[in-house]
Design a binder for this molecule. Structure first.
Ligand SMILES: Cc1cc2nc3c(=O)[nH]c(=O)nc-3n(C[C@H](O)[C@H](O)[C@H](O)COP(=O)(O)O)c2cc1C
Length: 389
């Protein structure tokens, strides 16, 4: 399963095509739209989210609610296009009063993009580098998530820090899965702890008042994943490298760690590696410090990945830049912008993780028919479940 996206932030719509989709996957459009709404949410988002009401429109590859095996194409309309169609016209001459963006924002793709492509308007770069594109990714990932749900795999995420406000040291999610996820979705920051949520909101308010922005960290968890996905035989086939690349493909993600992650580097081996035990006739682990990944393959424990997002580059109290026309020092441009988008990035990351896992399942168990894939998984898990006899 692969996806491609197209579309500009202020163009008419975003488009995605998901190819190599097995036939027979039930697709519920409300699930995709729920994820689109989750991506739009979170305390600290900018005014753009008040304009947009993201809705997926499936235009191919699904018939009577099930994938046919043909590429699935999905569009998401940009309501803001109405305010931009002259400035973003695909054809004709630019309007006489067109404002060119010539004061590139540090931390964004603006400067390097115009240098690389030999253009004189940062808008030609920022329209595509804008994280608005991640709405199309979330729509595409809906197909991967529906596939995984059929295989008993669930992917969820939560925010672990915003700026310097973090969940308490050693915080552990408690309660049954549905309760935990309800708590996360009820929080304005998709953070499972109510007190930490309030402190995160206060930090965002202070940043907004100071013309500042904030980043943070989040965790993505995938449960119900079978052991042995990925491969130990070649670097690019290691699931760890695929998950890392997928998470680093999200704008502003600057760090990724699995399980204990960077903490493991400071600990002795005996406190890091997960003991192997038999649960009945199934091999399992005494802990999950590896985050469900060993030797580039899933262990059968939940996959636990954390990522760090840098602060939003657009600042209402802007940093210094250089005007591309005059070469004078000026303030960087201000676009309507989020102050913090960590909860949204976490939703995008769920989709990226889902895509990698969906691919790994297809590679291991087939790609053409959901029913055949399920049958192959059943025989594989039967073998694993009886190995310890
Ligand atoms: C969900 C999400 C929303 C974002 N919203 C904004 C925003 O409103 N303003 C902004 O300047 N950057 C925003 N960003 C961050 C930029 O897209 C990102 O910093 C920029 O593309 C450069 O990142 P890079 O250096 O990792 O490529 C957002 C990122 C994500 C994932």
């Amino acid at each position: 399963m692969q996806y491609l996206t197209a579309g500009e932030s202020h163009g008419p719509e975003l488009t995605t095509i998901v190819s190599d989709v097995p036939a027979g996957i039930p697709v519920d459009i409300t699930n995709i739209n729920t994820d689109l709404r989750r991506r739009q949410g979170g305390y600290g988002r900018g005014d753009r989210q008040k304009i947009e009401r993201d809705q997926a429109v499936v235009t191919s590859g699904v018939r009577f609610g099930r994938t046919t095996g043909a590429p699935v194409s999905i569009t998401v309309q940009n309501r803001d296009w109405e305010n931009w169609h002259e400035r973003m016209a695909h054809f004709g001459r630019p309007p006489a009063d067109l404002h060119r963006e010539v004061t590139p924002r540090p931390g964004h793709a603006d400067l390097v993009g115009v240098l690389r492509t030999n253009q004189d308007d940062c808008r030609n770069i920022l329209e595509r580098s804008s994280a608005r594109e991640t709405a199309a990714r979330v729509a595409a990932a809906g197909i991967a998530k529906e596939f995984l749900a059929e295989l008993g795999v669930e992917v969820y995420s939560y925010v672990t820090s915003v700026g310097d406000v973090a969940l308490p040291e050693g915080y552990a999610l408690e309660g049954d899965a549905a309760e935990v996820q309800m708590g996360i979705e009820m929080s304005a920051l998709r953070c499972p702890d109510a007190d930490t949520t309030e402190r995160m909101k206060a930090a965002i308010d202070a940043a907004r008042d100071a013309g500042e922005s904030l980043g943070g960290t989040f965790c993505v968890v995938a449960t119900g994943v079978v052991a042995g996905l990925g491969s130990h035989v070649a670097g690019p086939e290691r699931l760890t490298s695929q998950l890392g690349a997928a998470l680093f493909s999200i704008p502003a993600i600057k760090g990724v760690e699995f399980g204990l992650g960077f903490q493991a580097a400071a600990l002795p081996g005996s406190r890091v590696h997960d003991g192997i035990v038999l649960d009945g006739s199934t091999f399992t682990r005494t802990s999950n410090n590896a985050g469900g990944l060993e030797g580039g393959m899933t262990t059968g424990m939940p996959v636990v990945v954390r990522a760090a997002m840098k602060p939003i580059p657009t600042l209402m109290n802007p940093l210094q830049t250089v005007n591309l026309d005059t070469l004078e020092v000026e303030e960087a441009s201000r676009e309507r912008s989020d102050v913090c988008a960590v909860p949204a990035a976490a939703v995008v990351a769920e989709g990226e993780v889902a895509f990698v896992l969906a691919n790994a399942y297809q590679r291991a168990f087939g790609s053409t028919s959901l029913a055949d894939i399920k049958a192959n998984i059943a025989s594989y898990t039967h073998r694993l479940d009886t190995m310890g006899r």
